[in-house]
Design a protein around this ligand. Structure first.
Ligand code: NAI
Length: 255
């Protein structure tokens, strides 16, 4: 019997979408027929999006830590596209020291922790608060928050500031999932392991080679492999997946 699941045109807002996992997720959502608003500190290069998908792609500059800019954008999307149905909170940062490493527990500064909290967690909370009322009114919504292996278990390169923000993403997501599931809104996380993006390249090739050797699949992941998990969690058929975490880490952490 043919599937009865239809795919209405949903509007997805993806943060940190100029490159890496955010851009790959945006492309996967476009392949699924979504309208996608790509946002970042700079505009994405549309040449990186397959030409046949570009008609449904839109872009806006957005610093997720700027609460007023977020409010304005969500309002604008409400007027232009009927609101945000899918929110992918992907923007994130990991501050490194002069040696290109994360400060350890004895050196980490509170201002670093605050900056990472602002972008990795509080901005996510703010965007959820801004978009949830619209999703609730429609009785449908998908929120996908990008956590990390670093919030799930031990990490080889992440420091305490990054790890605490990514653990916080998991708690925040479970809380929203518990409260909003009854309105047809699911909230889930992806927890990528080592993925080959600019963020991972900060650590240098040798660190990444050593890392790959410890992963059962013996390689580092591709942004597309996280994008595919995000697209699944954003899908029409993922409505019974709520409060979950999909580990995309090549088997580095198995729970
Ligand atoms: P990336 O550094 O290539 O991309 C991150 C994007 O976020 C950049 O385009 C950057 O401009 C944007 N961004 C940073 N601060 C922002 C702000 N205030 N407002 C708006 N955009 C901002 O990194 P990647 O790897 O694509 O990271 C995406 C997400 O995946 C992050 O949340 C990161 O923590 C997470 N992640 C990445 C892993 C990896 O190995 N690459 C592993 C686990 C999690």
């Amino acid at each position: 019997m043919p599937s009865t699941i239809t795919k209405p045109v949903r509007v997805a807002l993806v943060t940190g979408a100029a490159q890496g996992i955010g851009l790959a997720s945006a492309i996967e959502l476009l392949k699924d027929g979504r309208k996608v608003v790509l946002t970042d500190l700079r505009l994405p290069d549309f040449n990186e999006i397959p030409v046949e998908l570009r008609a449904n792609a839109f872009s806006h500059i957005l610093d997720v830590a700027d609460k007023e800019a977020c409010r304005q954008l969500v309002e604008e999307l409400e007027k232009e596209h009927g609101g945000v149905d899918i929110l992918v909170n992907n923007a994130g940062l990991s501050i490194k020291n002069a040696a290109g490493q994360s400060n350890g527990i004895l050196d980490v500064q509170l201002h670093e922790v605050q900056k990472m909290l602002d972008v990795n967690v509080l901005a996510m909370l703010n965007l959820c608060q801004l978009t949830l009322p619209g999703m609730k009114a429609k009785g449908w919504g998908r929120i996908v928050n990008v956590a990390s292996l670093a919030g799930r278990g031990k990490s080889i390169v992440a420091g305490p500031a990054y790890m605490l923000t990514k653990a916080a993403v998991l708690g925040l997501s479970r809380s929203i999932a518990s409260e909003m599931g009854q309105f047809g809104i699911t909230t889930n996380c992806v927890a990528p392991g080592r993925i080959l993006t600019q963020m991972a390249m900060q650590a240098g090739e040798e660190v990444n080679r050593n890392y790959a050797a410890q992963i059962p699949v013996k390689r580092i992941g591709e942004p597309l492999e996280v994008g595919a998990a995000i697209a699944y969690l954003s899908g029409e058929s993922s409505g019974f997946t709520n409060g979950a975490v999909i580990d995309v880490n090549g088997g580095f952490l198995m729970t």
